[in-house]
Ligand binder design. Structure first.
Ligand SMILES: [Zn+2]
Length: 399
């Protein structure tokens, strides 16, 4: 099983300068590769591969007088930059991902560089090629065989290392017999971060809203400063720091929440939302960005796998919000503003989100069984035993 750990680094001034050159070299390779590929295609109609054609140029460039400085950098990191560029193009050409055309890496943005040969980690240091060990704050005992180190520098100038470790343990066998009351459906919504099928409503944490207000104020201050001025540079750093605080707080909160949900259940069922569609609505986008469902789902996924548990994703065309979970009656429309409704067929009063979470749970159980898992009945399915109707619906923000 592979495990990733992130540690903070404290390089000396000299080391920070080397890292800066290292980041510069990886960025140069990525950007130059991108420039060459775009140019070749535009002018000659020729498609190059970053993985083969661009990578082959590296030794040529290193021998040249003009780009000889690339020899100073860790060569694995430069090769990885080519692979990263290749992945960016693959995402662009994959219609299911809808990724945009690869973009140039910015000098001012977050920097990173990947190292996989000659890497080591100690109690309070890490080692990458061509550099003396860098001081690090290693929180937990690092267990397993170190496979790679990815160095990063944030916009605010903090250095980190992501250690990828092979724990040499086999991942636990996926649970085959699921207890019905250990299955939870999550409706990730706008009014709350998530609402589960037990009726628990997890609100968006307030500290995020406060941090957001702070961020907005600093962004406005930045926009008032003259371009290229020292004051603007200072204001930009303040904005970056505020951004970093929001990201850290959100990440921390999501980790704790995901840990608790996975510990308490065997199966977690979520709906894959068409976030991209919803993002087109600017007002919703802010809330969605804040809730960042994708990131939470990813955390739920790997934490579940670590324990042999399941994360089930349900297709968004399933009309979770407008189907009555008791009698399966499907409403034609359900505006986003309707927080509760009465089923005209069985007269059950529904909380919009709890009803959706229950539908998601039932739909997930159907999917689990289709995959050959057994789900014990208690607390699991409705008494009627009717299988939920997977109603077909054209994707719309109202779901
Ligand atoms: Zn009903």
């Amino acid at each position: 099983m592979l495990k990733a750990t992130k540690v903070r680094l404290y390089p000396t001034t000299e080391q920070a300068a080397w890292l800066n050159r290292q980041f510069g070299a990886t960025r140069f390779v990525y950007n130059t590769g991108l420039r060459i590929m775009s140019h070749r295609y535009r002018v000659h109609g020729q498609s190059l591969s970053a993985r083969y054609d661009i990578k082959k140029l590296l030794p040529v460039a290193k021998r040249s007088r003009r780009y000889g400085w690339l020899r100073e950098a860790d060569s694995m990191a430069l090769q990885q930059a080519c692979l990263n560029l290749d992945h960016a193009f693959q995402r662009f050409f994959d219609p299911s991902q809808k990724a945009g055309y690869p973009r140039f890496k910015r000098k001012r943005g977050k920097q990173s560089s990947y190292h996989c040969v000659g890497v080591k980690v100690g109690d309070d240091w890490i080692k990458v090629p061509k550099l003396r060990p860098i001081n690090a704050k290693v929180h937990r005992q690092v267990e397993g065989r170190l496979k790679s180190i990815t160095l990063t520098r944030t916009v605010t100038g903090k250095h980190y290392a992501s250690l990828l470790l092979d724990t040499e343990q086999v991942a636990p066998e996926p649970i085959q017999r699921v207890e019905g009351d250990k299955v939870i459906g999550l409706d990730m919504g706008l009014s709350h971060l998530a609402i589960d099928s037990t009726g628990r409503k997890i609100p968006n944490p307030r500290f995020l809203k406060q941090a957001q207000k702070n961020l907005k104020r600093k962004q406005q201050a930045l926009s008032r400063k003259t371009k290229g001025s020292a004051r603007r540079a200072k204001a930009r750093l303040l904005v970056a720091k505020a951004h970093e605080r929001v990201a850290n707080a959100r990440n921390d909160f999501q980790h704790k929440l995901a840990r608790q949900i996975v510990d308490d259940n065997q199966v977690v069922i979520v709906e894959t939302l068409k976030v991209r569609n919803m993002m087109q609505n600017a007002r919703l986008a802010k809330h969605i960005g804040d809730a960042s469902w994708h990131a939470l789902t990813a955390k739920l996924d790997y934490k579940a796998k670590e324990q042999g548990k399941h994360l089930i994703r349900i297709d968004p065309w399933f009309a979770s919000s407008r189907t009555c979970h008791v009698c399966q009656h499907k409403m034609d429309t359900m505006p986003l503003s309707a927080r509760s409704w009465d089923c005209p067929a069985c007269h059950t009063h529904h909380d919009r989100d709890i009803n959706a979470a229950l539908n998601i749970k039932h739909q997930g159980i159907v999917k689990l069984k289709a995959e050959g898992l057994s789900v014990s009945a208690h607390g699991g399915l409705r008494k009627s035993g009717m299988s939920p109707v997977a109603a077909c619906e054209v994707g719309s923000p109202a779901r």
